[in-house]
Design a protein around this ligand. Structure first.
Ligand SMILES: Nc1ncnc2c1ncn2[C@@H]1O[C@H](COP(=O)(O)OP(=O)(O)OP(=O)(O)O)[C@@H](O)[C@H]1O
Length: 226
């Protein structure tokens, strides 16, 4: 099986049946093959977050199928969706959402413990991931003692903590200044490439999008290539 994500015929409207109904996704298809990094670019309000939430099993479409790692999770019960999110998906947001009272390392260790890993293995993986993003010397720092770019690098490591099949990122460097954004984005891409991860990364930045394997544009409820 070579596709990590298949979204088929995805439709989504808000306020259905009301005068202010808004149709955001109009039966779109999206396939992400294993190892591919896809950029998702869209004008503001086009439905990028809606699509990421559906692909990330945080929201359900009105119509269509979501298949992750060969498993159709469209109609799956909450428990199964939560398990799939924890085991197969990694999320990065514009803001890091790290736990403020825990160190950088603990922020990466905790999701592994929640997923059943042993303490020693979880610590080793956290140290390895933080080393890959150049933060070995910052492992014991709390988020408040890290720069914005460093916080976001820790968030990337946390997203990869449980070795997901697919990374979903919504403007992962969107709150950083342009120079930091470029550097931190390169760190993310390095991490994704080294681990052979598949990814769907939403960005407004066309220069960053051009560094990915494929660029998809979301407009008028549908996706187009390029
Ligand atoms: N819960 C909701 N109820 C009603 N309308 C919503 C809801 N969530 C989103 N929308 C509307 O759906 C459209 C798509 O929203 P979405 O957040 O997916 O856009 P986006 O492309 O991520 O935008 P941005 O890039 O500005 O964050 C917008 O017009 C938004 O106002």
């Amino acid at each position: 099986m070579s596709d990590v994500l298949i979204c088929e015929g995805i439709a989504k409207s808000y306020n259905r049946g009301k005068p202010n109904e808004i149709t955001v996704l109009k039966g779109l298809d999206l396939t992400i093959p294993k190892g591919q990094v896809t950029a998702l670019v869209a004008p503001s309000g086009a439905g990028k977050s809606t699509l990421l939430h559906i692909a990330g099993l945080l929201d359900t479409p009105d119509a269509g199928r979501v298949v992750i790692d060969g498993e159709d999770l469209t109609g799956a019960r909450d428990g199964k969706r939560t398990a799939a999110r924890r085991e197969k998906l990694g999320f990065v947001y514009q803001f890091h959402h790290l736990l403020p009272e825990f160190s950088a390392a603990e922020n990466i260790i905790l999701p592994q413990l929640a997923n059943g890993a042993g303490r020693a293995d979880a610590e080793a993986r956290a140290a390895d991931l933080l080393g890959r993003v150049g933060l070995s010397a910052r492992m014991d720092h709390r988020p408040s003692a890290l720069s914005g770019g460093e916080q976001q690098r820790v968030a990337f490591c946390r997203a990869l903590a449980n070795a997901p099949s697919l990374l979903l990122a919504d403007e992962p460097t969107g709150n950083l200044d342009p120079a930091t954004s470029d550097t931190v984005f390169d760190v993310l891409m390095g991490l994704v490439r080294e681990t052979g991860l598949s990814a769907l990364i939403a960005t407004h930045n066309m220069e960053l999008a051009a560094k990915m394997d494929r660029v998809l544009r979301l407009e008028n409820g549908a996706l187009t290539e390029g």
